[in-house]
Write a protein that binds this ligand. Structure first.
Ligand SMILES: [Ca+2]
Length: 347
């Protein structure tokens, strides 16, 4: 959820043009050219390009068909959608993260153990004991534009669901109101699952994430695991990301993946995370799209993920990432409808 400096994030795709197979160097592709393959059809109507992408030296034969401040979308052969990192040098292009090729997906159901905790959102008293309703409007480290309240107008428990209502209304000098829920319980490891429908529109930024419980928090060193983030200007694209001292967006090194989902607004989808002392894996609807394994030389810089974490549910309005393409003020009010949040042991 902490996002800064997205204007400097680029994706470049390296391809072996002779076979149209990606040559992988660890998680990064290399071999930069793409000749004789028509990828024009990969362009998704209505998505955005950033001219700078197509100007990257040495990589003129591909099309940047989407740039959204951290994610590009390209579809050809085994290439899917990926986060990418720009090293800061226009002449030093990076690569598409190894997402589809050579990716050994695991079955989340086979990794689920006993159900340890859940909130099915069918009881107001359970809800009130399970969640801390964080309030305030100080921008939350991201220049966010909402004031979080604990009012019924922003938080509703009804029909077995939690709804976070995000509204266009002034509150304590902030232009919007919304809600942010912090789990009362602390978690270490397991399988986390949320079934939800997301708010719609440019400027919204709903999330389901885990943040280190430690206070005072030393971010990013204490760690963050974003199970689901969605920015309204890039509809139906789900981001799963980890941050720690070694890998975080402050230095452009955060590790994450994205996946395109059919209609996150009107349909419930499952957003899932597997977290053990060896691996962190992100899933949507049971399909894995992200993995970060404990490094062989793990330390607190690259693996702060043995401590307790809190679950956070919230909808941001604006923010450095969410408002990267402005805010459509005509979309409000918006709903983030959550059927349940569950925590299982992991196998
Ligand atoms: Ca429910």
């Amino acid at each position: 959820m902490f996002k800064l400096l997205f204007s400097s994030v680029l994706l470049t795709v390296f391809l072996d043009f002779s076979s149209c197979q990606i040559q992988w160097n660890d998680n990064w592709a290399f071999g930069c050219d793409f000749i004789g393959n028509d990828i024009g059809s990969a362009n998704v109507p209505g998505e955005l390009c950033r001219s700078r992408c197509s100007q990257t030296p040495g990589c003129s034969h591909f099309i940047w068909n989407n740039w959204n401040g951290g994610t590009c979308w390209m579809k050809k052969g085994d290439i899917c959608k990926s986060n990418a990192i720009w090293t800061g040098d226009y002449n030093t292009v990076c690569g598409v993260l190894n997402e589809c090729s050579n990716f050994q997906s695991s079955n989340i159901e086979s990794l689920k153990g006993a159900l340890l905790w859940s909130d099915e959102f069918d009881s107001l008293s359970n809800f009130e004991s399970n969640w801390i309703q964080e309030t305030g409007g100080h921008g939350w480290g991201n220049n966010e534009l909402q004031y979080y309240t604990n009012n019924n107008e922003n938080i509703e428990i009804s029909n077995g669901s939690l709804t976070i209502h995000t509204r266009k209304e002034w509150k304590n000098n902030m232009r919007f109101t919304s809600a942010r829920l912090l789990s009362a319980r602390k978690f270490r490891y397991g399988v986390f699952e949320m079934r939800a429908k997301l708010p719609f529109g440019r400027g919204t930024w709903p999330a389901f994430w885990l943040l280190a419980s430690k206070r005072p928090l030393d971010w990013p060193s204490d760690g963050e695991m974003d199970i689901m983030e969605h920015v309204g200007f890039d509809p139906n694209v789900i981001h799963s990301t980890i941050h720690c001292k070694t890998f975080n967006h402050m230095s452009g090194t955060q590790l994450g993946k994205t996946t395109r989902v059919n209609d996150v607004f009107n349909q419930f989808h499952l957003y899932q995370l597997y977290w053990s002392d060896k691996s962190i894996r992100g899933y949507v609807d049971g399909k894995q799209h992200f993995q970060y394994d404990r490094p062989a030389n793990s330390d607190s810089n690259n693996w702060p993920f043995d401590n307790e974490f809190d679950i956070i549910l919230n909808t941001v309005v604006g923010g450095d990432w969410g408002a990267a393409l402005g805010i459509d003020e005509n979309i409000f009010p918006q709903k983030y409808v959550i059927d349940y949040v569950r925590h299982y042991a992991h196998l």
